[in-house]
Design a binder for this molecule. Structure first.
Ligand code: GLC
Ligand code: CA
Length: 576
């Protein structure tokens, strides 16, 4: 199968190329609308490829563009080998792959194979009769003796994970919406169909897959097991053999329950599974009691650092981290972790500095690079997201406090990430000439790409510099990671070390000035690699930091002054 890989590969040839790249996530519905129907589309993405190339990214992770009834904005797929008409055509997709490839950018597809849409032909066959050959592609069970659902398994989108099908008198399982029936991975024909489809996309030239809720595919519904089922890793290894081996592509699995212990199972060198996983411990450790995302706790730096540092430690020798602070399911990073009012620019750039300089592959979610903020929705009718709407209805039915729920949704709801990208200050932020499918953030008059594109002090320029640093300094990619000041409640600091090269990173992760005594392990003197205030080249003594001040110093251990050596040691990036 590897013979079929097109001659002009849109991604790089060297092994582990995905360690040194930066990935940009596009949520197509909200990115750029080319035809005025209010919905972002593939031609809209093509029109922005020069912007993305200029930012320096090497890969686009494209949230689903497949045919779909859009109950969950494309995470409910009705045909894996076609494109949703609102997003374009297969020809548009081929053009995107080719045009991105010309700019050295690979396209990573979202692979949603824990479930399909209930309009997928497999499910239509499966529900047609109990003896249909595709019946077993999904998970069907008899009702409980009282006629109710077979057991208490809950859906992630509120309510039971079981829906009753009148026609055949059984329940089918849906860990998400009823329109997203779960596939039965224990069926070998189903698995073969999926590998076949993956090969079809890889042969079209895509550079890999982001695998949606991949840790659910080993589910054991009768034992109430959703994540990390006993066969999960067997299936991933089989998938690797059947579709990925020899392809040299980027694969990243979404796993809300992955721990530093299980992280290596997914991404260990000799495991032959995935390049890396998205883990969420830095996200969920800040949720409320019992993991209630609608009652998030105030941000706490020590908790946040502990989660990230543990992962850095666990994958120090083997495996690989993915680095992200936002995506289409999370609030905007500058609103969740930063201070989007008093220190908007400083906190957006400080958070990015940490995220891009840890060890792993960084991901940028559309709009993050200009510091887009939460949506600011206050009414339920402003929301479009099935998860938010379902939980709102559940709270309403139970007579719970709806004002408190709306506060939770404003802080943590998924639509915060899904308002249109703010390209300009014009009406509808230059996203569409029509009526956008979801409200545009009114702050687009202030926060937009146009404003920042020529401004060297902008959030955008800072992201460009961070992405550039990774390309010029191997220590950013390959250096080891040593956390510093782990218990300090204001400062996020670490060093990266490779041979005699060293990068020391210090960030005041708070809105107050900070002072601290620099421990011996962090002391550095060299050249400033990046900063969001005035450049600094020394970390020593008692250091005073301005709110959200962030900088990194590049040095050579064993005496030599890096600024006297080659020109590529970092002064370039400080002045760009
Ligand atoms: C993942 C996706 C999310 C989707 C869910 C079901 O968590 O990121 O957007 O709703 O899976 O596919
Ligand atoms: Ca459109």
């Amino acid at each position: 199968m590897a013979d079929n890989v097109p001659a002009t590969k849109p991604y790089r040839d060297d092994a582990d190329w995905w360690k040194s790249t930066t990935v940009y996530q596009i949520y197509p519905r909200s990115f750029c609308d080319s035809n005025g129907d209010g919905i972002g589309d593939i031609p809209g993405i093509v029109s922005k490829l020069d912007y993305l190339a200029d930012l320096g990214i090497g890969v686009i992770w494209l949230s689903p563009v497949y045919a779909s009834p859009m109950e969950d904005n494309g995470y409910d797929i009705s045909d894996y080998r076609d494109i949703a008409p609102e997003f374009g055509t297969l020809a548009d997709m081929d053009r995107l792959i080719a045009e991105a490839g010309k700019r050295g950018i690979g396209i990573v597809m979202d692979l949603v194979v824990n479930h399909t849409s209930d309009r997928h032909e497999w499910f239509e066959a499966s529900r047609a009769s109990r003896d249909n050959p595709k019946r077993d592609f999904y998970v069907w069970r008899d009702p409980a003796p009282d006629g109710g659902p077979p057991n208490d398994l809950p859906s992630y989108f509120a309510g039971s994970a079981w829906a009753f099908d009148e026609a055949t008198g059984q329940y089918y399982m849906h860990l998400f919406a009823p329109g997203q029936p779960d596939l039965n991975w224990d069926n070998p024909q189903l698995r073969a169909e999926i590998y076949d489809m993956m090969n079809w996309w890889l042969d079209r030239g895509v550079a890999g897959f982001r695998m949606d809720v991949i840790d659910l595919i080993g589910k054991q519904p009768d034992r109430l097991i959703r994540n990390n089922g006993p066969k999960l890793h067997d299936y991933l290894q089989e998938m690797h053999r059947e579709a990925l081996a020899g392809r040299n592509v980027l694969t990243v699995g979404e796993s809300w329950e992955a721990t530093p212990e299980t992280g290596l199972l997914f991404s260990g060198r000799d495991r032959d599974e995935l390049s890396m996983v998205f883990q969420f411990q830095h996200v969920t450790s800040l949720w409320g009691e019992d993991g209630n995302k609608w009652r998030p706790r105030p941000f706490d730096l020590v908790t946040f650092k502990r989660a990230l540092n543990e992962w850095q430690r666990a994958l120090a020798e083997d495996g690989w981290n993915s680095l992200f602070v936002s995506n289409h399911d999370l609030p905007r990073a500058v609103s969740r972790y930063g201070d989007d009012r008093r220190h908007w620019r400083e906190s957006a750039t400080a958070i990015a500095t940490v995220n891009h300089l840890m060890r792993g592959t960084p991901y940028v979610f559309q709009g993050e690079e200009i510091g887009m903020t939460n949506a600011g929705f206050t009414q339920i009718d402003q929301y479009r997201d099935v998860e938010t709407l379902n939980f709102h209805a559940e709270h309403e039915a139970a007579g719970y406090d709806l004002a408190a729920f709306l506060d939770g949704a404003a802080a943590n709801g998924r639509d915060n990430a899904r308002t249109p990208v703010q390209w300009t200050a014009a009406k509808n932020s230059g996203f569409t000439d029509g009526i956008p499918w979801i409200g545009v953030n009114p702050n687009h008059d202030r926060i937009n790409v146009d404003n920042q594109i020529g401004d060297e002090h902008s959030v955008l320029a800072h992201y460009r510099r961070l992405i550039g640093l990774r390309k010029t300094h191997p220590v950013v990619v390959h250096g080891d990671y040593v956390p510093c000041l782990e218990d300090n409640p204001q400062i996020f600091a670490f060093t990266r070390n490779l041979g005699n090269r060293r990068l020391a990173v210090v960030v005041n992760f708070s809105s107050e000035p900070a002072r601290c005594d620099i421990p011996a392990g962090l002391e550095t003197s060299g050249v400033c690699a990046i900063s969001n205030y005035a450049p600094r080249d020394t970390i020593a003594g008692t250091l005073g930091l301005a709110p959200w001040e962030a900088f990194a110093v590049l040095s050579e251990t064993r005496g030599q002054d890096p600024s006297s050596g080659s020109k590529s040691t970092g002064t370039d990036t400080a002045q760009r």
